[in-house]
Design a protein around this ligand. Structure first.
Ligand SMILES: [Zn+2]
Length: 214
């Protein structure tokens, strides 16, 4: 490496749903673009259902959809000059694609900013997120006040099917769309473990035995 040059970096920003990951991804792309740097924005399974990065607060940007078969090194080297990548929803990429991101950093000097969930609805880490934890130069937990219904910090994503929390199933199921019976809810660790979703709390307590009557 020439003296005075800096190494490119691989950074992973993780947090539960609604913690502002996509908003930060878009902000970071904007900031780098303003400095005259050239980048690509990648995503997978964005909430919009299209090849876009969209944020809960209404920002959006066209993006490249990362299919499982997409080789990220080829994607980048096909361009004239790429300084950085914004990789939203990186938890859904393949492990091989995470390796490709590390290659881009080390062999091509591309800065990679990856954003995603750490763990799935069972609180088990996504394989791609695990590889990012292992390889990243820097890992940052995002904690934009997303709260459980009880007021504690929300840390884990629960999958809710038919009003109750699912414990088993496919690792990736798209939810929170009109067509899907699946929704996701952020809970604190305590309530993720107990499965209490906060609705009908009184009923839940009564079902569990409740206070003794007079
Ligand atoms: Zn809670």
């Amino acid at each position: 490496m020439p003296s005075g040059a800096r190494d490119a970096v691989l950074k992973f920003y993780f947090g539960p749903m609604d913690c502002g990951k996509s908003t930060l991804a878009l902000q970071m792309n904007y900031n780098h673009g303003r400095q005259g740097r050239r980048g690509l924005v990648l995503t997978k399974h964005d909430r919009s259902g299209g090849p876009k990065v969209t944020s809960r607060i209404g920002l959006g940007l066209e993006a490249i959809e990362v299919e499982d078969s997409l080789d990220l090194v080829s994607l980048v080297t096909a361009h004239d000059r790429i300084d950085y990548l914004i990789c939203d929803e990186a938890c859904f990429y393949t492990v091989q694609q995470i390796e490709q991101l590390a290659d881009l950093v080390d062999d091509h000097g591309v800065d990679v900013y990856a954003f995603g969930l750490a763990s799935d609805f069972r609180s088990v880490m996504f394989p791609a997120a695990q590889r990012l934890f292992e390889l990243a130069d820097e890992v940052c937990r995002l904690q934009v006040e997303v709260l459980c219904w009880c007021g504690r910090p929300g840390q884990l994503n629960a999958r809710v099917v038919g009003g109750s929390m699912a414990r088993t199933g496919e690792q990736v199921v798209i939810g929170d769309t009109d067509a899907s019976p699946v929704r996701y809810q952020v809970l604190c660790r305590r309530h993720h473990r107990s499965g209490r979703l906060g609705e009908d709390e009184n009923q839940a307590v009564l079902t569990a035995g409740g206070p003794a009557g007079p």
